[in-house]
Write a protein that binds this ligand. Structure first.
Ligand SMILES: Cc1cc2nc3c(=O)[nH]c(=O)nc-3n(C[C@H](O)[C@H](O)[C@H](O)COP(=O)(O)O)c2cc1C
Length: 187
C-alpha cells in the first residue's frame, strides 16, 4: 500500500481520546494552513476556520456536538473528550458548493492530523446557535466541527453485510465500521 493509501485507511472517525498528547495551537494552525491550499468551487475560498484549544472553549464545543447517532445516547466521558477542535465556518447558510468545499477542507485537516499522530472526527450534528454564542462568532455559521486528539479506541473496518452500513461496538469497546466492497460501488 502506498503511504497515502495507508494514511487514508488509518484515518478513521475517532471519538474517544487520551489526554496524554493534545494538538497544540501551532499544530492546529498547520492543519488549517493545509486546508487553505485545497480546492474550492470557483476558487471563491468562502470558508473560515477556528482553532479551539483553550480548555473552556473545548468544553463549550464538547457540550454542543452530537456523537455517533447509531450508538444511541452514548457520548465519551469527559476524560476521553477530544483534546482540541477545528471549526469550519461560513458567512451564510452553506449552499452545495460550500458544503463540498468544507468536506474537502475537513479531509485535508484530518489527514494532516493523522500524519501528526492524531485522529479525529467530523461533526455536522451540533447546536449551531449555542456554538456561535459560546465562541463569540456572531455573523458566522458553523459548517463542520472537527474533533481532534490522540485516539484512545480501536476502529476496525468490516465488509457491509445484507446492506447494513450501521457502525457498532463489541463488548470490549472496539468500534466496527462496515464499508461497501469495491465491486459494489463501481458502475
Ligand atoms: C459530513 C459528515 C458529518 C458527520 N457528522 C457526524 C456527527 O455529527 N457525529 C458523529 O459522531 N460522527 C459524524 N460523522 C462521522 C461519520 O459517522 C463517520 O464518517 C462514519 O461513521 C464512517 O466512519 P469512518 O469515518 O471511520 O469511515 C460525520 C461524517 C461526515 C463525513
Amino acid at each position: 500500500m502506498s503511504y497515502i493509501a495507508e494514511l487514508i485507511a488509518s484515518n478513521r472517525s475517532y471519538r474517544r481520546f487520551s489526554a496524554d498528547r493534545r494538538p497544540t495551537r501551532d499544530e492546529l494552525f498547520g492543519m488549517i494552513d493545509c486546508a487553505r491550499l485545497g480546492a474550492s468551487a470557483g476558487n471563491l475560498q468562502r470558508l473560515y476556520f477556528s482553532a479551539v484549544y483553550d480548555e473552556k472553549d473545548c468544553a463549550s464545543v464538547f457540550e454542543n456536538i452530537a456523537f455517533a447517532a447509531y450508538l444511541g445516547s452514548w457520548r465519551p466521558d469527559r476524560e476521553e473528550a477530544p483534546g482540541a477542535y477545528v471549526i469550519i465556518w461560513s458567512c451564510s447558510e452553506p449552499d452545495a458548493n460550500l458544503a463540498i468545499d468544507a468536506g474537502i477542507a475537513a479531509q485535508s485537516i484530518l489527514l494532516c492530523a493523522r500524519d501528526m499522530g492524531y485522529g479525529g472526527c467530523m461533526f455536522r450534528s451540533m447546536k449551531k446557535n449555542e456554538l456561535v454564542k459560546a465562541l463569540g462568532k456572531s455573523g458566522f455559521v458553523p459548517v463542520l466541527v472537527i474533533a481532534l486528539g490522540t485516539p484512545a479506541e480501536t476502529v476496525v473496518l468490516t465488509d457491509v453485510k445484507d446492506g447494513n452500513i450501521r457502525y457498532y461496538r463489541d463488548e470490549n469497546g472496539v468500534h466496527y465500521v462496515p464499508k461497501r466492497a469495491l465491486e459494489d460501488i463501481i458502475i
